[in-house]
Structures are given as C-alpha cells and as structure tokens.
Design a protein. Structure first.
Length: 385
C-alpha cells in the first residue's frame, strides 16, 4: 500500500499518465495539510461528537468548544477528504472515521493519530542527513509525553495484537513472560488473557501512569502484569527465568551490535524450550523490492533514533548466533511490512552444573522436613533489584 495521487476524472487520469500533474505538490502540501486536519479534528474529539448522529456545523462547534467559522472550514475539509458525509445541512461520520477514529472502538486509531505530535519532533531529516546522527527520541520525552506515547504505541500494537498472540508458539505450561521495551504492556496483558497460568513483567524506560482511556485494556486482567522502570540494554536479566521473551518494535531504535547482544541476553534468560518473540517492521534486502511505507519508516527511525529498519534475515541471524532454533517468519496480515520472528531454545538441559545445584537444593529441602515449610514463588522476575 502507498500514498499516491488518485485521479477523479479522465483529464486527471491523463495528466497523471503523462506526468503533467504536479504530483510533488500533492505529495507535500496536500499530504501535510490532510495530516494536520485529521490530527486537529481528533484532538478536539470531533468524531466522537458525531457518534450519536448528524450535527450542524454550529452544533459541532459548540460541543467541541470551538469557534463556528474555523469549525466550518475544518468540516468542509474533512468532507472533501471523505472522512465526513454531508446531507441536509448536517455532517455525519463516513465509514472510515466511524471504524478507525472513535475512541471507544476496539479498532480505534485515535491515540495513534495524536502520537503524530511526538513524531513531528523527530522529523528533522535535514539535520540527520548532515550530521548522520539521530535524536535520542525516548530520552527527550518529558513526563507528560509518556502517557501520549504509550497510548499511541498501544494503538499501533492493537492493529496486530490478536494475530501476534494467536500465532506465537507459546510453550506448553508457560508461566513467565518478559516484555522488553513493552511500554504500554498491551502485548503482555493479552498474552496473560490468553494463557491463564501466565504472568508477565514489562521492562521499559517509562511505565504507564494513570488509567488508559483506550478501549483495548478494558477486558484484560491487570493483576498478573508487573511494570518495572529500567533500561533494557543494561538491566540484569536472570538466567533461565522465563518461558518467553518478547521484543516488539524495539530493534529499529538500535544498531546491529546492540540488537545482537540484546537477543543473546534474552536467550540466556530463557528456560529450556522457551522462545524469543521478535516483532518489528522490516525492510527488504534489495532496493528494487522496496515499498513506500517501510522505506519512509526506515528514514524516520534513522532521524528519530539513529538506526532504522532491519531485514528479516538480520533478525534471524541474531537469533541463530544466540543459539536459538529459528522458526519461519510470519508476516502480519494487516501490516505486511511487520513480521514476527520466533527463535526457540533447545529443550535439552545442557547446564549440568545448574541441574546438580537444583537437585542438591531439593535434597536439602527434603532433609529439613515439612515443618520447614514449602519454598515460595521464585523471585526470578525481579529484574534489576
């Protein structure tokens, strides 16, 4: 899928076919104006106002707390852009707005649209091109930015959430999931919702504050998901403490050496038979196979973090070098540029010293007798404590 000029009559079709139409104007000015128009309407909850039914421009302006004349201009722009319908002096939601921009819908992209405010800060491409250095995107987020960031990231994740959880080969009887860079924790919530015996720990620079207003959290159990503030690159990950380690939408922020090391540390944190679940947008190896969306994202993440998208072959190589059995990659149906790559740790216990230590510990507990009490839950989840 790509954003492009679409002719609406024969003359426009001819102009595009013979390169007469000034498409750079459409690609820059019109695309930018459209983005800012949708962002403004979303931030003032205009689409939510129309959920109950059609309204006049005056009614919409009043309910949104806006001025009548500017609101009329905004409504006309949204109608012309197919986000609203107009009949009998009243505006109503078009199907695209009803499906994607209402805050209470499971498919809502309301928060994702508002997240673009943060993205605009990182789109200093000229500085990136001249300096070769990206911005420290996450380090530059203020405390009030984190809620918007986490809401927006959750909105993005919700697009592929069900597919990731359903298609990830979680080991039978899994009890512990580590979510590295999990931010909002939505993946962890959903994995715990699918697997009743699973608990999860989310490790990230920022942890959720307050309650999410987004619709994806409502039916998900919160008691088995814990959040810890920390740097995934330096946190002490206990060995053989988890049945699964999730690394979702993280690799594009780091260089290859850091990513390779992160996967190796994740592998060591797995119990035998455990899996590393990598989810990220990827780019093709050959330039000729490049698509618009992933190529633009590659440039954006270069400016935002100094890295960019990696190929699925590189993700697989990192898992192989960590000693994992690499499974076949899975393309997400709704976002084909995003793929899930799973690596599985051998279920053979190769660490004989650890096995002997566990056996010795068990014998010691048995020798103490039942009056000593049963051992408590393992504290292997206590990262960086």
């Amino acid at each position: 899928m790509r954003l492009s000029s679409v002719p609406e009559n024969l003359l426009e079709w001819i102009a595009l076919a013979f390169n007469i139409a000034p498409t750079p104007i459409l690609d820059t000015l019109v695309a930018l104006l459209l983005a800012k128009t949708i962002m403004a309407a979303t931030e003032m909850n205009l689409f939510d106002v129309l959920e109950a039914g059609p309204r006049t421009a005056e009614e919409i302006a009043r309910e949104c707390g806006a001025q009548a004349v500017p609101t009329e201009k905004l409504l006309r722009a949204l109608y012309a852009s197919k986000y609203l319908r107009f009949k009998g002096e009243r505006y109503a939601l078009a199907p695209v707005a009803r499906r994607w921009l209402l805050t209470n819908r499971p498919t809502s992209l309301h928060s994702a649209v508002l997240h673009r405010k943060l993205d605009l800060r990182a789109m200093d491409f000229l500085t990136y091109l001249r300096s070769g250095r990206g911005l420290p995107f996450h380090e530059n987020l203020e405390s009030e930015d984190w809620f918007l960031y986490q809401q927006g990231q959750a909105s993005h994740a919700a697009l592929i959430l069900d597919e990731v959880v359903a298609r990830a080969p979680m080991p039978r009887g899994a009890t512990d999931l580590l979510d590295l860079g999990g931010s909002h924790g939505l993946y962890s919530f959903s994995f715990c919702n699918r697997y009743p015996g699973l608990r999860a720990r989310v490790l990230d620079l920022g942890t959720p504050s307050g309650k999410f207003s987004s619709p994806w959290i409502a039916q998900i159990p919160l008691d088995r998901v814990e959040f810890e503030r920390g740097n995934i690159l330096t946190a002490d990950l206990p060995e053989q403490a988890f049945d699964a380690v999730l690394i979702a939408n993280v690799f594009h922020h780091f260089d290859e050496a850091i990513n390779r090391d992160l996967v190796c540390r994740a592998s060591r944190a797995l119990r035998p038979g455990g899996i590393v679940i990598a989810v990220d947008a990827v780019r093709p190896v050959a330039i000729e196979e490049s698509e618009q969306v992933e190529s633009l994202l590659d440039l954006y993440f270069g400016a935002a973090s100094g890295a960019g998208l990696w190929t699925i072959e590189q993700l697989r190589a990192w898992q192989q070098s960590a000693g994992l059995e690499v499974l076949s990659p899975i393309a997400m149906r709704l976002l084909p540029c995003c793929k899930m790559q799973v690596g599985r740790k051998s279920d053979r216990t190769s660490n004989s010293a650890a096995l002997k230590e566990r056996n010795a510990s068990q014998k010691e507990r048995l020798s103490r007798g039942p009056e000593e009490g049963q051992p408590g839950q393992s504290d292997g989840l206590a990262l960086g404590r």
